[in-house]
Design a protein around this ligand. Structure first.
Ligand SMILES: Nc1nc2c(c(=O)[nH]1)N[C@H]1C(S)=C(S)[C@@H](COP(=O)(O)O)O[C@H]1N2
Ligand SMILES: [Mo]
Length: 310
């Protein structure tokens, strides 16, 4: 069960709620995927209520503190240290913003971000995020289902993949002045993965607009895949017949596959993927196949060798 909260149905106060207060409400993610329980704004300090919620939701967990989610980032366009994006991304100008719609679609062209998002109902969804570096967070995102946006673009019968590109603007993205990766950052999904209900095109988090360091004004979130699939500051969406190149796969094909499904059985050459550190916790926890979203996505890979297609 996914509780969908339509933005327009929310009280205006909600928009100005201090994120700290917002976070004090208890929010839990179940072990079984996108399903989420937003426990009513009951007393946050009632240990019994918390224990009960944990019991009913299985691997229930609180959302990661906003401070952590916005100051421990990977966004190499702004530097490779975790604090670099929060320090450097403020200079990125994110309005106006348009997205190029390219390739196998009925009407290629350029569309204003607002017009791309507007026809869809904005939702808030709490997802686990697992980085390939073996840390994880739980983040309340705000966005629209990728599948809704793609359907509106009217893919042709030849469209088998969708490719995304990040902004290339070295004047405002100091990390792009060094060849850490082949810029611009690129990512992609197979069309049936993209049409699954889980992937979100994200414009906000923690009930507010997306901070620049988290990929403003538009980023992708694919919760059953490693975090690097969640490409930030998207300027182009291209539907293709063949599997697109992706930045990390081009940089190190033995380390980062195209699929990048969270998989505790396939280790990265430099680190095990069996366990992860949830940011804010002391001991490591086991990593779940497909990051715990197998119910919704395992069928996409029926018959595929996930050791080879990692
Ligand atoms: N354009 C771009 N997108 C990116 C990255 C990046 O360096 N550049 N890093 C990826 C990685 S490795 C992760 S784990 C997530 C981190 O998202 P967060 O900083 O919002 O937690 O963004 C992904 N998207
Ligand atoms: Mo990552």
């Amino acid at each position: 069960m996914l509780i969908r909260r339509n933005r327009h149905a929310e009280s205006p106060e909600r928009e100005v709620t201090d994120p700290g207060l917002y976070l004090r409400r208890r929010e839990f993610v179940t072990g079984a995927g996108a399903a989420l329980v937003l426990a009513a704004c009951g007393p946050a300090d009632d240990p019994m209520a918390e224990a009960k919620a944990e019991a009913t939701t299985g691997a229930g967990v609180e959302t990661t503190p906003f401070e952590k989610a916005t100051h421990y980032n990977n966004y190499y366009e702004f530097g490779t240290d975790k604090e670099d994006p929060s320090e450097n991304a403020g200079q990125l100008v994110t309005r106006p913003w348009s997205v190029a719609i390219e390739g196998e679609v009925a009407k290629p062209g350029t569309i204003d971000l607002e017009d791309l998002i507007k026809p869809s109902a904005v939702e808030e969804r709490i997802y686990r995020m697992r980085c390939v570096e073996a840390w994880s967070m739980v983040i309340p995102w705000r966005g629209v289902p990728l599948k809704d946006v793609l359907a509106r673009l009217e893919p042709t019968s030849r469209a088998r993949y969708v490719a995304f590109t990040t902004l290339l603007r070295p004047e405002q993205m100091p990390g792009q002045r060094r060849r850490v990766l082949e810029w611009p950052y690129r990512e992609g999904l197979r069309m049936d993965e993209a049409m699954n209900t889980l992937p979100l095109l994200v414009t906000g988090m923690y009930g507010r607009d997306l901070p620049n360091q988290n990929g403003a004004p538009l980023r992708l979130v694919v919760p059953w895949k490693y975090g690097f699939k969640g490409i930030k500051s998207i300027v182009s969406i291209r539907l293709t017949e063949t599997q697109p190149e992706t930045a990390w796969n081009v940089a190190a094909p033995d380390e980062y596959g195209f699929y990048a499904n969270v998989n505790p059985e396939v280790d990265h050459p430099r680190w095990s993927q069996k366990r992860e550190r949830r940011i804010g916790e002391f001991s490591k926890r086991p990593t779940l196949m497909f990051n715990g979203y197998g119910d919704q996505v395992a069928a996409l890979y029926a018959g595929m060798d996930l050791q080879k297609n990692f």
